[in-house]
Design a protein around this ligand. Structure first.
Ligand code: PLP
Length: 399
């Protein structure tokens, strides 16, 4: 290893530690459920997982992965277009399209890849992408990449500000293709995109709507079909990207759902699709089983939201200031980064695992612990977490 590089990196790592932004990894030694085992800590209640429906460890999801391991082997050994396409991919993609209300879908090894493969593939020099200010890093990088590769134009509209979006759409008038790209649920704030308004504006301005529904698939809408179902525009969104790594089994993987032509075009030209191995068959089979489980158990979605409503109200009653909202992402704003990290450490001492987020992930002075609720939580788990919040909050002088 080159010594100069190592020294430079070590100096930066030391600085991360000095300024309190260094991320320590916690090792888990059991499946993710409402409670897991953390190395060195024992049992902890997880309030930090994207396992919204609690499907990471349901027997049907695990069994499907094991059966696929026996049937298809451990790996794909290739990218899709060479010899990495298995029948389970076709089954999963048909089911995903049905779930989110599109004609077709195409799987990727992650939603990061699905997003990264979207803008640079679809756009060209005479096109625009117009992106919400608070979009996920993978959308931001997709836009950046597209600008460099294709020389397309881009604009960022103020978060969920429809008047600003109209201005940006007007500035892009005359473009061959205009994509409005938004998160379905914004992961740091836990708020929901104004999708019905966005779809209406897109129709008026001849634009394409792309939604990253990673935090909303399996979560929003009465049957978990995402923000489109929640907003009453199911079947009207042009492109949906999402992850299999959150509510749908929580392993890994992502997809782009859209028209058959768009998915076929991505199969031909999207670089993460062409130059990176296909989704492992075990993961595809578990995700498929997770969707089937969701379809058979819509009450999981209802339980998730009941849990989220209860916990948000209980935190407020205890004197905290969780951001208001209607999703299972409940950020509790604490101010300075060091305070959020201290709170998260104190909660862990009490047996509750919640991650603190500070600058630069969120704006200066808006550091927070972000609670994520699951359908797997019982009232006892949530009550246990609440008592831990009370204790830590009092010690820190937050409440
Ligand atoms: C909105 C959003 N998009 C994309 C991703 C990336 O998903 P994946 O883990 O499948 O790459 C995430 C994950 O945090 C996300 O929150």
């Amino acid at each position: 290893m080159n010594d100069t590089l190592t020294r430079r990196l070590q100096a930066e790592l030391d600085e991360f530690k000095r300024t309190g932004v260094y991320k320590r990894l916690n090792y888990l030694d059991a499946p993710q459920s409402a409670v897991t085992k953390m190395e060195g800590r024992g049992d902890v209640v997880i309030l930090s997982s994207n396992n919204y429906l609690g499907l990471c460890d349901v027997p049907e999801v695990i069994a499907a992965g094991k059966a696929a391991l026996d049937k298809y082997g451990a790996g794909t050994g290739s990218v899709r277009f060479i010899c990495g396409t298995f029948t389970i991919h076709r089954e999963l993609e048909a089911e995903l399209a049905k779930l989110v209300g599109t004609e077709a879908s195409l799987s990727y090894v992650s939603c990061w890849n699905a997003n990264e493969g979207l803008c640079p593939t679809l756009l060209g020099e005479s096109d625009w992408v117009i992106s919400d200010q608070l979009n996920h890093a993978s959308i931001i990088d997709s836009v950046r990449l597209a600008k460099v590769i294709t020389k397309c134009q881009s604009a960022v509209y103020r978060h969920s500000d429809m008047a600003d979006l109209v201005e940006k759409l007007e500035a892009a008038k005359g473009a061959r293709t205009k994509i409005i790209f938004t998160d379905g649920i914004f992961s740091m704030e836990g708020d929901v995109a104004k999708l019905a308004d966005i779809v209406e504006l897109a129709r008026k301005h001849d634009a394409v709507v792309a939604v990253d529904d990673s935090h909303a698939t399996g979560v929003m809408g009465r049957t978990g079909r995402g923000v489109a179902e929640h907003a009453g525009v199911l079947g009207e969104v042009d492109i949906i990207t999402s992850t299999l790594g959150k509510a749908l089994g929580g392993a890994a993987g992502g997809f782009t759902a859209s028209s058959a032509a768009l998915c076929d075009y991505l199969t031909q030209r999207s670089r993460p699709q062409l130059f990176s191995n296909a989704l492992p068959p075990t993961v595809a089979a578990s995700a498929l089983a997770a969707i089937q489980y969701l379809e058979a158990h819509p009450e999981r979605v209802a339980r998730l939201h009941e849990n989220a409503r209860w916990f948000r109200a209980a935190l407020t009653e205890a004197g905290f200031k969780p951001l208001p909202g209607e999703t299972p992402i409940i950020p509790v704003i604490l101010g300075e980064t060091a305070r959020a990290i201290q709170m998260s450490e104190m909660l862990l001492e009490e047996g509750v695992f919640v991650t603190g987020f500070g600058y630069p992930v969120v704006p200066q002075g808006h550091a927070r612990v972000r609670c994520q609720i699951s359908a797997a939580h019982t009232r006892e788990h949530l009550d246990f977490a609440l008592q831990a919040f009370r204790k830590a909050g009092r010690k820190l002088g937050v409440i």
